[in-house]
Ligand binder design. Structure first.
Ligand code: HAM
Length: 432
């Protein structure tokens, strides 16, 4: 028999992991709402051209990692699974005429992304991102707002000490002179470059700077830096972003080698790291400004900025730093009974509790009462509701498994009693 496994580079989120992701997704949604970012959901796949044009055809993400969907017929459009949310969100901004909405349009989305990368620790073919985008604001204040929002997300998720690396990658005006200088630099070292990088040198020299090839580490370390070639407008913008971050007391490190792996970036670029980690493969999150992207995807020239935070890497970092995962929810009550065959009674009582908003499990098997109670204790339930002969008088035994006490109560009062006692118990736990 074939034994099936999850595809390479993907991972199942079993309940304990799913609960952690759910908690992070909720925090992401709450925080984005607190900062005025509204939820959006775009499809998990788009026309491949959205990514080719938006992210850039000569980038690792498109050239090597795009998850293309095999067309079913020759006439089919060419589609690809989304490697990141920004291009799709900007496509939606243009498609739905959001440039006529009050600007900026602030949006957030959290969900799975797909990159056909070589899998390793922290690098998956399906991974989750918390993304925010502010479209229609040239900054610099919104740049600082977004950098600060990301930093706060890590703290509220329980990960302290995350560092912000910050740079400016210039704009169309200053980039071309810099790219010419960079091309000249790499051409002089041509013989030392791996063949794929030699090829890229003529097509997109900036991408050599974020090459994952170890042979590029030395040439990249000595490469000319964009920050030495910024035009006045970009240099002013960068200074103002820093001034806003300083005013908010958000610490950051200037990293002139940070260029990001996607072509759409202009001016502000940033990444989040645990101290001592470097290289985009280790980044917990990253983002930046993309003032040309809306136009590239068919809209009017519109500035924008955002970030993507990798939730898988955040969970790994929380584990590494010893942050305990959240506890799984436990039922307030488990309904058990003296008559193993009386599954209808147990299911009916549990259904009434659930209808009253109480997390309840019913013993649906036909084990003896002792075994049923053992299972209730294993579930860490607060109460066992024990059905027995007293049912004839409209009563049940309510056993408090935490306190070890038991009392007879009318079935009519059961939901109210369980809800009251469980709320009091949880309140005590919260305070403790
Ligand atoms: P990115 O730097 O390509 O940016 O990805 C953002 C984050 O997603 C990374 O820092 C990392 O935590 C996570 N990530 C990326 N690839 C993988 C992978 N293969 N496995 C696990 N985690 C991964 C973007 O995607 C931009 N869209 C961010 C942005 C939004 N810029 C402006 N707006």
């Amino acid at each position: 028999m074939t034994t099936f496994r999850a595809p390479r580079g993907t991972h199942d989120l079993l309940p304990a992991d799913r609960i952690r992701f759910t908690r992070l997704e909720r925090l992401a949604a709450d925080l984005a709402t607190r900062y005025g970012y509204r939820p959006i959901e775009t499809p998990s796949f788009e026309q491949a051209a959205v990514f080719e044009r938006g992210i850039g055809a000569v980038t690792d993400v498109v050239e090597k990692e795009l998850f293309r969907i095999a067309p079913r017929t020759e006439e089919s459009e060419s589609w690809a699974l989304r490697p990141e949310p920004t291009a799709g969100i900007v496509r939606a901004y243009v498609q739905h005429g959001m440039q006529t909405w009050p600007q900026p349009v602030k949006l957030t989305m959290t969900g799975p992304m797909f990159r056909y990368d070589r899998p390793q620790a922290g690098r998956y073919r399906q991974f989750w991102q918390f993304d925010v985008e502010a479209i229609g604001d040239p900054g610099p204040a919104v740049d600082a707002e977004i950098v600060e929002l990301g930093a706060r997300f890590y703290r509220e998720a329980g990960l302290d000490g995350v560092e912000v690396l910050l740079n400016s990658v210039g704009d169309a005006a200053c980039r071309s002179a810099y790219v010419a200088t960079l091309t000249e630099y790499y051409r002089a070292l041509r013989g030392l470059l791996p063949p794929t990088e030699q090829d890229r040198l003529e097509r997109n020299p900036l991408r050599l700077l974020d090459s994952k090839d170890p042979a590029m580490a030395a040439p990249n370390a000595r490469a000319p830096r964009i920050t030495d070639h910024l035009c006045e407008a970009c240099a002013d913008h960068f200074a103002l972003v820093r001034a806003h971050l300083d005013a908010l007391s958000v610490p950051y490190l200037i990293e002139p080698a940070l260029v990001r792996g996607l072509d759409y970036y202009t001016r502000t670029a940033f990444e989040y790291y645990l101290p001592g980690r470097e290289g985009q493969q280790q980044a917990l999150g990253g983002g930046g400004r993309y003032d040309g992207l809306v136009e590239l995807l068919g809209g009017r020239p519109t500035p924008g900025i955002g970030f993507g935070i990798g939730l898988d890497r955040l969970v790994l970092a929380l584990d590494e730093t010893g942050v305990a995962p959240p506890a799984e929810p436990v039922p307030a009550a488990v309904v058990v009974g003296a008559d193993p065959a009386a599954t209808i009674d147990r299911l009916r009582v549990a259904t009434d509790l659930r209808a009253a908003g109480i997390a309840a499990r019913a013993e649906l098997g036909r084990r003896k009462l002792g075994k049923q109670l053992e299972a209730a204790a294993r579930d860490q339930a607060h109460f066992a509701v024990i059905l027995g002969d007293e049912q004839a008088d409209g009563q049940v035994q309510l056993r408090d498994l935490k306190a070890g006490s038991q009392k007879l109560i009318p079935i009519a009062d059961l939901a109210r009693e369980v809800a009251r006692a469980d709320a009091a118990h949880r309140h005590g736990l919260d305070k403790g």
